[in-house]
Design a protein around this ligand. Structure first.
Ligand code: NAD
Length: 327
């Protein structure tokens, strides 16, 4: 039997890179597309094309002969990046997503997976650290904090309309802080768990145990390990659930607690220096009621175990970099 042919966009990035490997192991033929190759390990894709997916002609090329698309390409990063690049993010991601979806339709793609975000939820529901977990319907009335979230919300709607108007089977996920190895850990686009692992690895390896943290560290989030994210993506894509679905952990921690767990893994005590910086919303957690109903499953790995695996990888990267700098 012929293998199903899938396209993973953003295959040079964190989740896309892992997803390529996961889908190959499931027996799919996989084409990866990205503006860059993966930074830390060679892609397992059957075919990898370097393409700027803001461009229509490149989107047509990427989706040729493809049965299913997983759309993960995005100009994105952690809070530091998202809160300071509104025009760039809204412009680039709108082009990437409108062109990829339309090219998929033109090329007869049957199923399309769109990666939205918890950033679509309104700021006014996330003003307390002890926040009520967010249900899918909380996205409306809409008031996302940043342009990044507005773009995700509009593209959710575009996916829904394409399904209604053209019959392409769109599936929409809202990720809540995915983390793991092989993700960006320095350079300005890294997210909180990777940044924390890097800072604590530097503290351990240099002996200077003071780390900086944006804000008072009492802001809350939940974090989901990459292996659970991949399983959730796969289950949602194969399901008949046509509405946006949360995918994340529902264990909420403060950023101070996150630092404490990582320092424990590293085996050191750190002093935290709280400095001004972008923090995003005050509190956020995922309500996983629908996720459990729809996917008959929920994320499995504990935060501590996920952080242990991530820290181990990041400490190696930091050690290598410090070694290079010292030589
Ligand atoms: P990432 O930044 O590691 O990967 C995104 C990839 O898209 C990068 O490799 C980047 O080069 C590529 N890209 C950017 N512009 C492009 C262009 N013009 N043409 C082709 N490729 C381009 O991010 P990630 O964490 O792997 O996120 C994957 C998807 O999940 C994104 O859509 C992101 O918005 C969404 N998401 C992620 C999280 C998370 O916690 N990681 C949370 C919510 C939503």
């Amino acid at each position: 039997m012929e293998k199903t042919r899938v396209l993973v966009t953003g295959a040079g990035g964190f989740i896309g890179h892992h997803l390529v490997t996961f889908l190959r192991e499931k027996g799919y033929w996989v084409r990866g597309a990205d503006i860059k190759y993966p930074e830390y390990r060679t892609s397992d894709a059957d075919e990898f094309e370097i393409l700027d997916l803001r461009r229509w002609d490149n989107c047509l090329q990427a989706t040729r002969g493809i049965d299913e698309v997983y759309g993960l390409a995005a100009d994105m990063g952690g809070m530091g990046f998202i809160s300071s690049h509104h025009s760039q993010i809204l412009h680039n991601n709108s082009l990437i997503n409108t062109h990829t979806l339309e090219a998929a339709r033109v090329n007869g793609v049957k199923r399309y997976f769109y990666t939205s975000s918890a950033c679509v939820y309104p700021e006014f529901k996330q003003t307390e650290t002890n926040v009520v977990p967010l249900k899918e319907e909380d996205a409306y009335p809409a008031m996302p904090q940043d342009a990044y979230g507005w773009e995700k919300l509009v593209m959710e709607r575009l996916c829904t309309h394409y399904r209604e108007d053209y019959g392409i089977q769109t599936r929409i996920v809202r990720f809540h802080n995915i983390f793991g190895d092989l993700g960006t850990w320095d350079g300005g686009r890294e997210k909180a768990p990777a940044a924390m692992c890097r800072k604590i690895a530097v503290a351990k390896l240099t002996g200077n145990h003071e780390i900086e943290m944006w804000g008072d560290g009492e802001q809350t989030r939940s974090f989901c390990y990459i292996d659970d994210c991949l399983e959730g993506i796969y289950r949602l894509m194969r399901s008949d659930h046509i509405h946006p679905l949360n995918l994340g952990s529902d264990r909420m921690v403060t950023i101070n607690e996150l630092a404490e767990i990582v320092a424990g893994i590293a085996g050191i005590k750190v002093t935290i220096k709280h400095i001004p910086g972008p923090q995003g919303v005050r509190g956020r957690n995922s309500d996983n009621t629908r996720l459990r109903e729809v996917l008959k499953w929920e994320p499995q790995l504990t935060l501590d175990e996920g952080l242990k695996r991530t820290y181990t990888w990041i400490e190696k990267q930091v050690a290598q970099k410090l070694g290079t700098e010292l030589n």
